[in-house]
Ligand binder design. Structure first.
Ligand code: SF4
Length: 601
């Protein structure tokens, strides 16, 4: 604990009656010793430990509640649970990508999510259970879970590992079974600890990987690739130190499952207390084909994070991405025809790029009908010691953007993102000690927003319009529809808004071709790709526990989507439901198909 944290807690105690926005600003005033901001979980953890000591008042649950009102995690009423796959070779050779041998490709052992995964031996069951437990103990609702599976290239892992990994995630959710009974929580947690120790033993006897980060750091220090001098690649070393021992010791036998084992856990999850309301995987565009799209859907996924990085063939080539823009176009078309939400990773400041090229490229992302994604992560390139980019930097071939340049490109992306897209992250939150040179500010979105506002530039992406904790007047809520076309569909973005804020939305896709080239059962159907109702908003005069989800926005949006689809000549409305939302749609007269649900209209 630092003096800075103590001062922050004292200030929070004294200003507890102020609006949440003021408290959030106050939190941003304080920093960890490394200059980064305190995250909310550590503030709550320290407060629980320190309340009643060091000049702090007695523990006041209101303070925890107030911090939990912060918009980032609770705005949607959905608990995001991020899990990482094990270190594994990646088909990509991208020069900017970190080569941290303790991690799946592209992740860094110092990132908070990565640390959690390492402590849990990258075991999916342990990761999900521990995360649910942590979120629950901080007071979050954990009945609706968005499972975000990160690490390298998902589709490059063996099929049996993919099935096992997701089966274990579902099993963890199904076993958790916690509502709000504190005795039950304690009992569950004790059982879980036992389970953890058993799995821990299994790992310790079978691999040299420890759940102790310091120990791992020491073990791997000598092996770790240094980008300036790469003699062996990440793939070579990971094969040597993970895959070969795993094969020899039979870990692979333990990390596999059949489709029917997965389907049994999925079926349980349909009515479990902790349900998957979304499942996300990440991959590369050249891994997308008809077969992989079907498989991803069969696993239960509803969204795909696709690293496209650039829409300039020359930049893709220079950065050794291993695919061109034509491949990205094809991946978009296939995923969109299967109804997936498209979450794109876009990078700036790549080798061979410039602010002008980045702006042109970013504009293309929305001007060109082949793209037009639903969500975006904008990651200007950071220089990491283990990346091959170090060689380019040393030779003076690449350098990071200045603060001004970074500001120009990030503000441009913020102000050129249409209202149907959400920028989920701007600047990857890399721990500052891992960045060799360049920007270390993780609050760059805020800086870029201030810059855009100062220059009177308008932002309309979903995230900048979310209602969050703001009140609204029901009579003044409007339904608006934004139409836009893609090369394979006419998209309708239906949104309930209050003033300039968004309360709920639905993504409706009307395919241009009646016959679906990717998924047979979707032929002739319009498609709901996403429904999102924000959870914490309150109507003026309503009780504090009444949320936007209870105003029937979801139902009204489905009815409108059905009417639009019918008027456009469709006889069926499909939905790419998550495993845990199937019941919701059944109650609204949708019937189960093979991989989707359908409403006769
Ligand atoms: S595909 Fe992704 S994970 Fe693989 S090397 Fe390229 S950036 Fe890294």
């Amino acid at each position: 604990m630092t003096d800075d944290m103590l001062s922050l807690l004292k200030e929070l105690e004294n200003k507890l009656d102020q609006p949440i926005e003021n408290l959030l600003r106050l939190i941003k005033k304080y920093h960890r010793p490394d200059g980064s901001h305190w995250n909310y979980a550590s503030i709550i953890e320290q407060y629980k430990k320190l309340a009643g000591t060091n000049g702090l008042k007695k523990f006041n649950p209101k303070l925890v509640e107030k911090i939990l009102m912060k918009p980032v995690r609770t705005i949607s009423g959905v608990a995001p649970v991020t899990v990482l796959t094990k270190p594994y070779p990646c088909p990509g050779k991208c020069i900017f990508c970190p080569n941290d041998l303790r991690m799946p490709k592209s992740y860094l052992a110092d990132e908070p999510g990565a640390q959690r995964a390492e402590k849990n031996y990258f075991d999916p069951y342990l990761q999900v259970t521990n995360r649910l437990e942590a979120l629950h103990s901080m007071g979050h609702q954990v009945d609706k879970v968005e499972l975000i599976i990160l690490g390298g290239t998902w589709t490059a892992y063996p099929e049996s590992y993919q099935i096992w990994f997701i089966k274990e995630c579902f099993r963890a959710m199904n076993d958790f079974q916690i509502k709000n009974d504190s005795e039950e929580i304690v009992k569950k947690y004790q059982n879980f600890q036992k389970k953890f120790q058993e799995t821990e033993k299994k790992w310790q006897t079978k691999t040299f990987l420890s759940n102790n980060a310091t120990e791992n750091k020491e073990n791997f220090a000598k092996l770790q690739i240094k980008g300036e001098k790469i003699e062996e690649t990440y793939n070579d070393l990971v094969t040597k130190y993970y895959l070969q021992p795993e094969n020899a010791l039979g870990v692979v036998r333990y990390q596999r499952a059949t489709w029917s084992e997965l389907e049994a856990q999925q079926l349980k999850n349909e009515t479990a207390m902790q349900r998957s309301v979304g499942l996300v995987i990440e991959t590369r565009p050249d891994e997308i084909n008809k077969e992989s799209v079907k498989k991803i859907r069969r696993l239960g996924a509803t969204k795909v994070q696709l690293g496209i990085q650039s829409l300039d063939d020359e930049i893709l080539r220079k950065n050794k991405r291993g695919h061109n823009v034509a491949v990205v176009r094809k991946a978009f078309a296939l995923l969109r025809q299967a109804g997936f939400k498209l979450h794109i990773h876009f990078m700036a400041n790549l080798y061979g790029g410039s602010v002008a090229k980045d702006k042109r490229d970013f504009a293309k992302l929305f001007k060109d009908q082949d793209f037009r994604p639903d969500e975006l992560k904008i990651y200007p390139c950071s220089l990491i010691e283990t990346a091959e980019l170090m060689q380019y930097y040393k030779k003076g071939l690449w350098k990071p953007y200045s603060h001004e340049e970074l500001l120009k490109i990030t503000a441009f992306t913020l102000t050129h993102t249409p209202l149907y897209c959400r920028i989920t992250r701007m600047i990857r939150d890399i721990p500052s000690q891992d960045i060799v040179i360049g920007n270390t500010k993780s609050n760059f979105r805020q800086i870029a927003e201030d810059y855009a506002k100062k220059n009177k530039q308008k932002m309309q992406d979903i995230r900048s319009r979310e209602i969050r904790t703001q009140s609204f007047v029901m009579d003044e809520v409007k339904l608006q529809i934004k139409n836009y076309a893609t090369s394979v569909s006419n998209e309708k973005f239906l949104q309930f808004t209050y003033q300039d804020k968004i309360l709920a939305f639905l993504r409706l896709s009307l395919p241009k071709q009646k016959s679906n080239a990717v998924i047979d059962e979707l032929s002739g159907s319009a498609m709901i790709r996403e429904i999102h109702v924000y959870g914490r908003s309150l109507a003026i005069g309503d009780k504090a526990d009444e949320k936007a989800q209870h105003f029937g926005f979801g139902k009204k949006l489905i009815a409108k989507a059905a009417a639009i689809s019918k008027a456009a000549g469709f006889k069926k409305l499909a939905v790419i439901s998550a495993i845990g939302t199937k019941e919701y749609y059944r109650q609204r007269n949708f019937k189960d198909g093979e991989l989707y649900q359908f409403l006769e209209i």
